[in-house]
Write a protein that binds this ligand. Structure first.
Ligand code: HEC
Ligand SMILES: [Cu+2]
Length: 362
């Protein structure tokens, strides 16, 4: 998956190519580090390689500005060097002789020309930038639905809202699915401090501010997994406040949505282990976590109704494997120091039962 995303050929665009040439040595240095720091299943946090209309147009502007800035720097350097040598030859030929005060006519031409060119280029860049800003403000088509994202220390709650049928809305966390090729509206609210919602391969950052609802939109033009990250320092575990966007084929997305609506499966009759797990979960964890279809209805932590559908836990901090799940439940303060989930006081058998119960939440 990552290979496919990573190796995508960029569309041919003159500014991009010029910019790339100018930056080639820098990028060559940086890209192994970027690639190495990434998980194997998600697209890199790489905002210069984009996979949707919103990111594409912004990346083109970035490359364009870079190319022009690099071009201007080179031009200025060349002019300065040429000027140095021209002066040197004409007036310093005989050391010690007095410098002639001459004012050759026509010198001002260069200044007028330079000013005119600079003004034109700057105006063109302002227009280009405004045009990009206008373009990314709203998607081309009206989004079919909204995801209401709430940032909190240090995870993302996501409420999917079906505008036509409120009963088809649900809550999940940290791993968002979207249909490929379609714009999705995202509203952003915060429950505590300022965060910032950033999925670099798809779109720029949008601040997440307490007491205010900001809006953004995303569109991914390729199926795949895109990593996002809180981009505004928000406390101890800010770096562990990541998210994943899964761009699914439309049918897969619809199936995912339908599945999310279902309540959790009932614990099968006769399974003592799962019955204990369910009861312990309700007592020890249900005040903070919801499992729809059971008495656990807390809202302080992620909704766990379909926990097993997620590939990671704790805001993409740990892979969702039985071992990591046990480790997280037993000692969240060790895995993510400062997290608002307290270390529970569980015996070994209780932990085991709860873990097994959580594994039924698919
Ligand atoms: C005081 C509230 C609170 C209690 C009690 C609590 N949790 Fe949590 N839990 C949280 C919060 C908040 C998070 C998100 C932490 C983060 O990612 O920083 C969380 C995260 C989790 C996650 C990861 C979910 C995901 O998708 O990332 C699991 C699993 C979990 N808790 C299980 C449990 C279990 C099992 C118990 C009971 C033994 C429990 N929690 C008790 C608040 C709580
Ligand atoms: Cu944050």
């Amino acid at each position: 998956m990552m290979e496919r995303l990573w190796n995508r050929k960029p569309s041919i665009q003159a500014p991009r190519i010029v910019g790339r040439l100018a930056l080639a040595p820098l990028l060559a240095l940086a890209s192994p580090a970027i690639a190495a720091s990434e998980e194997s299943t998600s697209a890199p946090m790489y905002y210069l390689k984009t996979f949707g209309p919103k990111g594409d147009i912004t990346a083109s502007l970035t490359w364009g500005l870079l190319a022009i800035a690099a071009g201007v720097s080179v031009l200025m350097s060349v002019l300065v060097i040429v000027a140095m040598f021209r002066n040197g030859r004409s007036s310093m030929a005989t050391p010690g002789s007095p410098l002639p005060i001459a004012h050759p006519p026509g010198g001002h031409r260069w200044i007028y020309l330079g000013l005119a060119l600079t003004t034109l280029v700057l105006i063109a860049l302002v227009i280009w930038t405004m045009d990009v800003l206008a373009e990314i403000d709203e998607p081309a088509g009206e989004p079919a639905f909204t995801i209401e994202v709430t940032g909190q220390q240090w995870w993302w709650e996501a409420r999917y809202v079906d505008p036509d049928d409120p009963s088809r809305s649900f809550v999940t966390a940290n791993e968002l699915h979207i249909p490929v090729g379609e714009p999705v509206r995202i509203t952003l609210a915060s429950r505590d401090v300022i965060h910032s919602f950033w999925v670099p391969a798809l779109a720029g950052k949008t601040d997440v501010i307490p007491g205010q609802t900001n809006e953004t939109w995303l569109q991914a033009d390729r199926e795949g997994v895109y990593r996002g990250q809180c981009a505004e320092y928000c406390g101890l575990q800010h770096a562990h406040m990541a998210l994943r966007i899964f761009a699914d084929a439309p049918e897969a997305f619809q199936a995912w949505w339908d599945h999310q609506l279902e309540p959790a499966d009932e614990v099968p009759e006769g399974s003592e282990l799962l019955a204990v797990g369910e009861r312990q979960f309700r007592l020890q964890c249900g005040a903070c976590h919801a499992v729809r279809g059971t008495l656990a209805g807390g809202e302080a932590g992620p909704d766990l109704t379909h926990l097993m559908d997620r590939t990671t836990i704790a805001s993409v901090t740990l892979p969702n494997t039985p071992g990591h799940l046990s480790g997280w439940i037993a000692d969240p303060q060790h895995q993510k120091p400062g997290t608002t989930m307290p270390n529970p006081d569980l015996s070994g058998p209780e932990l085991n039962a709860i873990r097994h119960y959580l594994e039924t939440l698919d």
